[in-house]
Ligand binder design. Structure first.
Ligand SMILES: Cc1cc2nc3c(=O)[nH]c(=O)nc-3n(C[C@H](O)[C@H](O)[C@H](O)COP(=O)(O)OP(=O)(O)OC[C@H]3O[C@@H](n4cnc5c(N)ncnc54)[C@H](O)[C@@H]3O)c2cc1C
Length: 396
């Protein structure tokens, strides 16, 4: 593969930089930048940023122009992500479901009225979407889901429970998978729905994580009526749509951009934290650890490039996506472990505790990144995929 960018891609990077310089406040990516603390703050910041992106013509970069996007290549998407992370632009985690999953799924499988109703609003950041896939007994084994959908003329009546539904309490809409034919095989008889979260019969119970925030939720459905017009694809053929959605969840990621920013923060931390009458960065053991992490962030970058190359050549993500997910999620945990080791007892300070370092963000991230090896496919599941599809090992 060729790691060099074309002249047009270099020009694109320069354009992105210029625009970000003008669009972001000066304090971004400096120690004065205070990361949003609560889920509500993050949602608000992310929504506002999405609107700025839209107004600047940068929303839905790889979406086709016909659907209001920029029609850019996946390499340009990668460049854009790298530049946003380097500039400290707000992340769009609340819009990941909307822009990253719902939009591409609707473009691939939705009806023209569904596309017209939802796609422009997603690009503008008008609606927050949540993902109602996981259930108490269906996570890695998603096809084991049991939430029922009963087809009643022009509506589907939904009853059941979802869990770990991120930011459901802030969501306007949900992509929901239900079982409409309980007698069909596990992967058959499923239906993919677009559900208005204000519908009568929905109860949301936030779950508090170890960060102290309630990011994800239990969501209960009690005879919730969903119009048939909100079925994506065909009734009982929802698994095909799920596969489309999951391919987008695992493809084209650029986590190295965020990791690089975190690494730079860690290097700055090592230059200020005391150790043995000097700063930590003078300690040979610490230097060794930092060098190792720097090497691993480069490995994550090159693996992301390999992943993008495969998508560019074949049009779909390959098992490289699993290698990348496994590697970056565990690397991010090691990075946060190192930061908190440098902080020593200060790592026990959290929240708004004023005596902490860097607004106590390292401790929060240490706790939050434990989830990275679970969501979007656990490390064990990624290892299974690598074993079977990369190494060709037999199924157990
Ligand atoms: C922060 C966060 C946000 C999330 N947000 C959402 C969301 O918005 N919407 C949504 O639908 N879901 C969401 N999830 C749920 C996530 O998709 C599931 O947690 C994940 O799929 C794992 O499923 P599970 O929790 O049921 O664990 P299980 O699948 O029950 O797994 C339990 C353990 O068994 C292991 N295991 C399972 N199967 C195998 C196997 N075949 N081989 C080897 N080991 C195996 C797993 O690796 C894990 O260690 C979120 C999760 C987290 C942590």
């Amino acid at each position: 593969m060729d790691f060099r960018l074309t002249a047009a891609e270099d020009a694109f990077r320069a354009d992105v930089r210029r625009w970000l310089d003008a669009a972001l406040p000066q304090f971004f990516a400096t120690p004065a930048q205070r990361e949003p603390r609560t889920a509500a703050e993050r949602i608000a910041a992310s929504k506002a940023w999405q609107r700025t992106l839209f107004d600047g013509g940068w929303a839905g970069i790889t979406w086709p122009r016909a659907h209001g996007g920029r029609g850019a290549s996946i390499v340009e998407q990668l460049i854009f992500s790298e530049e946003c992370a380097a500039a400290g632009a707000p992340d769009s985690i609340n819009l990941a479901v909307a822009l990253g999953l719902t939009g591409p799924t609707l473009m691939a499988c939705g009806t023209a009225p569904q596309q017209a109703q939802f796609l422009p609003r997603i690009l503008r950041g008008d609606d927050i979407w949540c993902q109602g896939f996981s259930e108490p007994n269906a996570g890695s084994d998603l096809a084991g889901l049991r939430t029922r959908g009963v087809v009643e003329g022009d509506t589907i009546a939904v009853t059941g429970q979802k869990i770990w539904t991120s930011f459901a309490q802030y969501a306007d809409w949900c992509i929901l998978v239900v079982r409409t034919d309980p007698n069909a095989g596990k992967h058959r008889g499923l239906t993919f729905l677009l559900v208005d979260m204000k519908s009568p019969g929905i109860t949301i119970r936030p779950l508090v994580e170890m960060t102290g925030e309630a990011w994800f939720n239990e969501v209960f459905f009690d005879d919730v009526k969903v119009p048939r017009a909100n079925v994506v694809g065909e009734i009982d053929k929802g698994w095909d749509v799920v596969i489309t959605t999951l391919a987008h969840e695992r493809g084209g990621a650029a986590p190295h951009a965020r990791l690089r920013r975190e690494l730079h923060g860690l290097l700055a931390l090592a230059q200020t934290q005391p150790r043995n009458d000097a700063t930590a960065v003078a300690d040979p053991g610490v230097r060794q650890q930092l060098a190792q992490l720097a090497v691993e962030v480069q490995i994550a970058r090159l693996t992301a490039y390999r992943n993008v190359t495969v998508i560019q050549r074949t049009g779909k993500p390959g098992p490289e996506g699993s290698i990348l997910k496994l590697f970056w999620s565990e690397l991010e945990q090691r990075l946060m472990d190192t930061a908190c080791a440098l902080l020593g007892p200060y790592a026990t300070l959290a929240g708004d505790e004023a005596r902490g370092v860097d607004h106590n963000q390292w401790t929060r991230e240490l706790l939050w990144t434990r989830s990275a090896t679970i969501y979007a496919g656990t490390s064990e599941v990624q290892r299974n995929i690598i074993a079977q599809r990369v190494l060709g090992l037999p199924r157990a």
